[in-house]
Design a protein around this ligand. Structure first.
Ligand code: ZN
Length: 262
């Protein structure tokens, strides 16, 4: 027998060698020889459930930590529109054979932004979509994905200072966002223009935290869809109509199905 193999086998038999997947996640980076930049992020506050590739998490956006979004805009309000389209999206996804977890069960139900991510994580969802409407100049839909590690900045919360998401979640979210952008462009061609695909560090909250709160806590691909510019009269007329809401929900479902075929 080769001496090296013999020594290795003897060491293994005597229990001298560490297991292949030694748990070094809790050690400081200096103790592992890993540079701080490469060190793993701390685990989110809830352990990840087993991911069900068939389960989609749909988040109707408001009322949330920052805003109820119930102010009237062009004869409707953002919270109402998000809820209407989310319910249609739930129905369409189920028709396609997906399972759906919603982050709330009534239009006026308040949910913290952090909890919107934790509900998706804990349910074992494969993907998360957060539905919103924009108040900005211009017209059309925009998609945001986490492009930077953010730091949760909410002093009343015990997880204040928590950092995330992981590099893997950033990459898969960007891939999902790109696919959603393409599907929505196709489905909404001639009806609702695309305003683009952006890193969520460009959003108001993202610019201070580095990422949106539900991106920081997400363990799965996560995107935010600003479906229309609600302050734009044409966009508002589209998304207030049954036909517009249905077309928007169908477009988002097509993007989900492209990323998560079934
Ligand atoms: Zn919103």
């Amino acid at each position: 027998m080769n001496h090296l193999i013999f020594i290795f086998a003897a060491a293994l038999a005597l229990g001298f060698l560490p297991p292949a997947h030694a748990d070094w996640a809790g050690l400081p980076a200096s103790a592992t020889g890993i540079k701080a930049a490469d060190a793993p992020l701390p685990m989110p506050p809830a352990p990840q459930a087993v991911v069900n590739p068939n389960l989609i998490c749909v988040d109707p956006g408001h009322p949330n930590t920052f805003n109820a979004a119930t102010d009237m805009v062009n004869g409707t309000n953002e919270n109402h529109i998000n809820w209407q389209v989310s319910q249609r999206l739930e129905r369409i996804l189920k028709e396609k054979g997906f399972e759906v977890v919603m982050t709330k069960s009534a239009e006026m139900q308040y949910v913290e932004n952090k909890d919107r991510a934790l509900i998706c994580n804990r349910a074992g969802a494969a993907l998360a979509v957060h539905l919103h409407c924009e108040s900005t100049p211009g017209s059309g839909f925009a998609i945001y994905y986490p492009d930077r590690i953010g730091t949760h900045d909410y002093k009343d919360d015990p997880d204040n200072g928590f950092k995330g998401p992981s590099k893997e979640v950033m990459q898969t979210s960007q891939d999902f966002g790109g696919m959603m952008s393409g599907a929505m462009r196709t489905q909404l061609a001639g009806v609702m223009p695309s305003r683009g695909l952006f890193g969520d560090s460009r959003t108001q909250v993202g610019s201070t935290q580095g990422a949106l709160t539900f991106s920081i806590f997400s363990q799965i691909p996560t995107i935010t869809i600003e479906m229309v510019v609600l302050t734009n009269k044409n966009d508002a007329a589209f998304i207030k109509s049954d036909a517009g809401q249905e077309k928007m929900a169908q477009a988002i479902a097509a993007g989900i199905q492209q990323y998560q075929p079934r």
